[in-house]
Design a protein around this ligand. Structure first.
Ligand SMILES: [Zn+2]
Ligand SMILES: [Zn+2]
Ligand SMILES: [Zn+2]
Ligand SMILES: [Zn+2]
Ligand SMILES: [Zn+2]
Length: 368
């Protein structure tokens, strides 16, 4: 459809449509129909907004890939191209010329320090023996000598086998290593009260778990590198900002994109690009302020879709709304029940529900 459809074109299309419903009025004749333009609009803009700045940087180790970054002298004027797609988010990191430097770490020696847990000895002291877990290293270790090696008979006093009397049944006992009396000693330590330390195997020390015996620990701050790289970083961010304005008409008229009618489309990529001539005046007014150049804007993409649409009320057929719009095959017309008609039926339905409820209440009351 090359030219703009006129109101008359629209009325003629509706006329051809309503003939099928038996309405044979000439809609172009005065007083037979009302036409209002309700054009549809789908406007979207994505701007690429640029922000810049610089900051001091310091990180452990050598410069690595920082040395390969592009350099600049003035971050405010340094030229960086915006992304080809303004909807893409991009970050550019730059290095101020001459600012890249390597400094030694002042908190370590070549990336490590003496281990604090073992004072640089590589091992920690550990007792050679531990209390027996069978007798808790107490007098129960031997009922005769209590682990001292001097039998009660030579020390006299307290009753023999105190636990045997209180427990009734004597726990299994063994010969005491100290006093050599059979059947009286804790079977675990055999009267010695103590066992060899399982952690150090009686050695008296264990390897330091902080330094694994190496006596030194890695300096965390410089990550064991013993140096830092310092530089001034310039950064340029390209951030997409989205905006849209849509007038898509009645919900029950919408179809998947492109379905309803032949939408006209336009794409604008610069702030000086003109809006299409066939755009509705009200839409032009709506969109124009949204096209102003924003602070930091370096690129944009405007996508505009619009469709002329006429709403027609036919006096001879008052319960339907007709919508006429250009399609790929000419002017298409769709009919929908009027809003009043929908509300009218909704009201009838509600009244029926009330009446039925009332009737049910009456019947229930009468049955009691
Ligand atoms: Zn260090
Ligand atoms: Zn003993
Ligand atoms: Zn014991
Ligand atoms: Zn030990
Ligand atoms: Zn250590």
């Amino acid at each position: 459809m090359g030219r703009e459809p006129s109101g008359e074109d629209m009325l003629e299309a509706v006329e051809a449509h309503v003939v099928r419903r038996g309405v044979t009025t000439r809609l172009t004749a005065p007083g037979t129909a009302d036409l209002t333009w309700q054009p549809l609009l789908d406007f979207r803009v994505v701007r690429c907004v640029e922000t810049r700045g610089e900051r001091p940087m310091r990180r452990p180790g050598g410069p690595g890939e920082v040395a390969d970054r592009p350099t600049y002298t003035d971050v405010r004027t340094h030229r960086v191209h915006p992304p080809a797609d303004p909807g893409r988010h991009e970050v550019h990191l730059l290095v101020r010329r001459g600012s890249l430097d390597e400094v030694p770490c002042d908190g370590c020696r070549d990336g490590s320090n003496e281990c604090g847990a073992c004072d640089g000895r590589g091992r920690r002291d550990c007792p050679r023996f531990v209390d027996c877990s069978g007798c808790q290293g107490g007098p129960d270790s031997c009922w005769e000598c209590e682990g001292t090696g001097r039998p009660r008979t030579r020390r006299a006093t307290r009753p023999r086998h105190p636990y045997a009397t209180t427990l009734g049944e004597r726990p299994a006992r063994t010969t005491c290593k100290r006093c050599r009396i059979p059947d009286v000693a804790c079977p675990k330590c055999r009267g010695r009260r103590q066992l060899d330390c399982p952690a150090c195997d009686k050695a008296g020390y264990v390897e330091c778990e902080q330094c694994a015996g190496t006596r030194r620990v890695t300096h965390q701050e410089c990550e064991g590198t013993g140096r830092f790289t310092e530089w001034t970083e310039g950064w340029v961010h390209h951030t997409p900002h989205h905006d849209k304005e849509r007038r898509l008409g009645r919900l029950d008229l919408r179809r998947p994109t492109g379905g309803l009618g032949a939408w006209r489309t336009a794409e604008l990529t610069s702030a000086t690009d003109k809006l299409p001539d066939d755009l509705d005046d009200a839409h032009r007014e709506l969109i124009t302020p949204r096209l102003a150049v924003r602070e930091g804007e370096v690129a944009r993409r405007v996508t505009l879709r619009h469709l002329p649409l006429a709403h027609v009320r036919v006096h001879a057929d008052p319960h339907r709304d007709y919508y006429a719009f250009p399609s790929h095959t000419g002017i298409e017309v769709v009919a929908r029940p009027t809003g009043e008609r929908v509300r009218h039926f909704a009201a009838i339905t509600a009244a029926v529900v009330v009446l039925v409820t009332f009737a049910v209440v009456l019947v229930v009351a009468a049955a009691r």
